[in-house]
Design a protein around this ligand. Structure first.
Ligand SMILES: [Mn+2]
Length: 420
């Protein structure tokens, strides 16, 4: 198989060279681009700090056996998933994944770096940076579906303190790993039915985030983001953190980045088109890469047209250093390791495919209004031997080919997951 991959790659390399693409360079480049792997695919967004249901208008569907039930199981599963993913990884944690020891337990407003020490050890020994997310859901102090935009002062205060604690923890992650920590603020705050006041909750949300960001931090180490959402389950009519709210907040607050999750827009909107629009104004932006099916269903990312288009925009805008890329999905209806691996690999494929595209030549055709030629050239790209380049990349990274992926996942399921 190895010699077949090599032979195929040599031919593919020549074919790409004929259209001005250096596939060796594309492969080398992709090896150093970090993509954040989200811990919450492994246990259906469960976490360890409370026993209640998943709230915040999000839902994990399915009950595939073998879910990670402890921090150790989750770490083992992340290791297994990472071993199947080519390329550079970062670890993405939610605050609800705090690891308490010796019977200690603190509420979310009192979280400290020490509660994430084990995760830091895990990440450091694997040369991974850490991204972080305050958890503004799945908690008894979410009052009537509201947190940072609640009219109840005590509720709002609690969640502000949680946000501030998370800034301190993010700074700790950056200092320990030597890699900046992207800290994303998202709440499911909103209303099921038509509100009588839309501005009130948004003003409170704005002031709450401002209070969180008043916690001192080093802007080179902590990258706070605001993530918007159009609706959630039980939050169909209004969200405090709408697209306009989040974008404008980031635009008007120094050091704050907008974060776009491609499951968080009306189904016919595409984030690929929003990426270059934001890059005209923001020095840096952040992404949550997912696959929504009719709604924010958080299916595992596939190598589909919109995924490819998003990667193309990042690459052809020469913005790989300006876009923080993280995965965000949770499918419990399939093997969770497979969900992670297929999702991560699909995004890697999309990036590699974008790096194997003669972007400058295609742009030139557009600028010269040669639209017939542009259409034909863009169609030609679709049948180039990309699979051969992908197989070579996986081989160089020492991970399974697509052909061997299921066997590896199946073996881990038999040896580990089935015994839980
Ligand atoms: Mn998201």
């Amino acid at each position: 198989m190895d010699s077949l991959i090599q032979k195929n790659y040599e031919i593919a390399k020549e074919m790409y060279a004929s259209i001005g693409v250096d596939t060796d360079m594309a492969i080398q480049k992709l090896k150093n681009i970090p993509v954040s792997l989200h811990c919450w695919q492994g246990d259906d967004v469960g976490g360890y700090d409370q026993e209640g249901p998943l709230t915040g208008g999000i839902q994990t569907t399915g009950n595939y056996p073998g879910k990670a039930a402890t921090p150790q199981e989750l770490m083992d599963d992340i290791d297994q998933a990472a071993s199947l993913c080519p390329g550079k990884k970062k670890l993405n944690l939610h605050a609800c994944y705090a690891i308490f020891e010796d019977g200690e337990h603190v509420d979310r407003d009192k979280l400290e770096p020490k509660h994430f020490k084990k995760w830091v050890e895990f990440a450091k020994s694997r040369n991974m940076g850490i991204d972080f997310n305050p958890t503004f859901f799945s908690h008894p102090k979410v009052k009537d579906g509201l947190t940072l935009s609640s009219p109840d002062e005590e509720t709002r205060k609690f969640w502000i303190e949680h946000g501030k604690a998370c800034i301190r923890i993010s700074q700790y992650f950056a200092e320990e790993t030597g890699i900046p920590c992207v800290m994303n603020i998202w709440t499911g705050d909103g209303f099921k039915d038509i509100p009588a006041d839309r501005m009130g909750p948004r003003m409170r949300y704005k002031e709450s985030i401002e209070e969180i960001l008043s916690e001192p931090f080093d802007k080179n180490k902590v990258k706070p983001c605001v993530e918007s959402k159009v609706f959630g389950i039980g939050v169909e009519s209004f969200t405090s953190g709408s697209a306009e709210f989040a974008l404008t907040f980031a635009a008007t607050h120094d050091g704050c980045l907008p974060l776009m999750d491609n499951g968080h827009y009306h189904p016919t909107e595409v984030v690929s088109d929003k990426i270059p629009a934001l890059l005209c104004f923001y020095p840096e932006i952040a992404l949550h890469i997912t696959r929504g099916v009719r709604w924010d269903s958080d299916h595992a990312v596939l190598f589909d047209d919109e995924t490819k288009e998003m990667a193309k925009e990042i690459v052809r805008c020469d913005a790989l250093e300006r876009v923080y890329m993280a995965l965000d999905f949770f499918d419990a209806s399939i093997n969770r390791i497979a969900a992670w691996a297929v999702g991560f690999r699909s995004w890697q494929k999309a990036l590699l495919s974008a790096l194997c595209t003669p972007n400058a030549a295609l742009k030139k055709l557009q600028d010269e209004s040669k639209f017939t030629e542009l259409m034909i050239k863009q169609e030609e790209m679709k049948t180039m031997p990309f699979g051969a380049v992908w197989n070579q990349y996986c081989k160089e990274c020492g991970v399974a080919s697509d052909h061997d992926l299921y066997g590896k996942i199946s073996a881990y399921e038999t040896d580990v997951l089935a015994k839980r």
